[in-house]
Design a protein around this ligand. Sequence first.
Ligand code: NDP
Length: 435
Amino acid sequence: SKRNQNEPEFLQAVHEVAETVIPFIEENKKYQNKMLLERMVEPERVIMFRVPWIDDAGKTQINRGFRIQMNSAIGPYKGGMRFHPSVNLSILKFLAFEQTFKNSLTTLPMGGGKGGSDFDPKGKSDNEVMRFCQSLMTELERHIGADTDVPAGDIGVGAREVGYMFGQYKRLRNEFTGILTGKGLSYGGSLIRPEATGYGNVYFTQNMLELKGDTIKGKTVVISGSGNVAQYAAEKATQLGAKVVTMSDSGGYIYDENGIDASKLQFIMDLKNVRRGRISEYVDQYPSAKYFDGETPWGIACDIAMPCATQNELDKADAEKLVKNGCQVVGEGANMPCTPDAVTIFQNAKILFSPGKASNAGGVATSGLEMSQNSMRFNWTAEEVDKKLHEIMKNIHAACVQFGSQEDGYVDYVKGANIAGFVKVADAMLAQGVV
Ligand code: NDP
């Protein structure tokens, strides 16, 4: 940890995995070989570069671009690009490390990677975003490829940004290949990819509840975030008969005790994806709802909590509130949204808790399906993709149960996901020698 002492998020992610994987390694001698875990925590390659671009006022702006090529033992590097002012090496290394285990869990052949920039898309014009994306891809182009490294979206990177990056790659290389996922449908995207992370999180929650003979129908759900993951988690939960009562953004949260139904969600999608406004505007449209400025929604009573915004957005005090209010399930849609002591509170209370690397893996899994369709030059229907997504989430759940079941019947999904994800990558690394 001395070597990465300025990287708190990365250390947090590694500690969480090490806690469950080291005891497993101690029981399974073959994994003690060849500095396996030590190699896993060192990225195969880190690329960091200047992204210069010109704003609408004609002024030159400089951002920093990154790509972490973490682990390619089981497939090409795969993981999203994040555009947010907080982006730094620590955050991207934590995300790339998590991604390696997550991608392994999907059962598809994808290694782990992550990238992004400290660029802030908020308040930028379309043309500024386009020039930024073109500049970033002008450097990134030489480091990625359909069989090398396939980036995708994440915070601040949606269909618009993926489109601009794809266009620039194609222009530089004069080749039309699946070098990014999350593409628009008209140029190689997959049906259900936009929905996949949020839907997958709800499917995973359903699987957890089913194991206890329960269902999501009639449950009250508290969601944070109002971006890609939050929107589609809300959509699927509502479709399955649950009532979603909160959504949020970095400004605060809205509470609608009547539930955010399909038409209200459509308003949020338009607000966030088209008009790029703030969640506070919801109460102008629906005055019976309330807006809480600068707050997170974890004090609202619920059966299910789905943190879908960002890392460390739910701490110990929030976890205590949720437990006190009778919450039964926490399904992480974001990556590492719950702090380690929040997770301990949930597990001690025997609440069903799924870590993001398991429950949000539907997004990257469907990106894997997009890669397959691009390679085949063929598209599956929405029903076919959704069916595969269902299967994959079910298999991830089963793998967590296999490796995470405790003597008292409680499933430690953190342990299960970490060990199941570890085994495949570890076996591949051992087979490929010290590289
Ligand atoms: P979006 O950019 O679409 O949405 C992010 C949402 O979270 C916005 O509502 C945003 O509010 C809020 N948010 C972001 N940063 C903060 C912050 N520091 N504090 C409070 N709120 C914040 O991103 P996604 O929905 O794609 O991603 C959300 C999470 O899900 C991330 O952790 C991501 O890594 C994870 N994830 C995403 C996948 C995908 O397929 N997109 C796949 C797997 C995981 P505001 O608009 O105010 O910034």
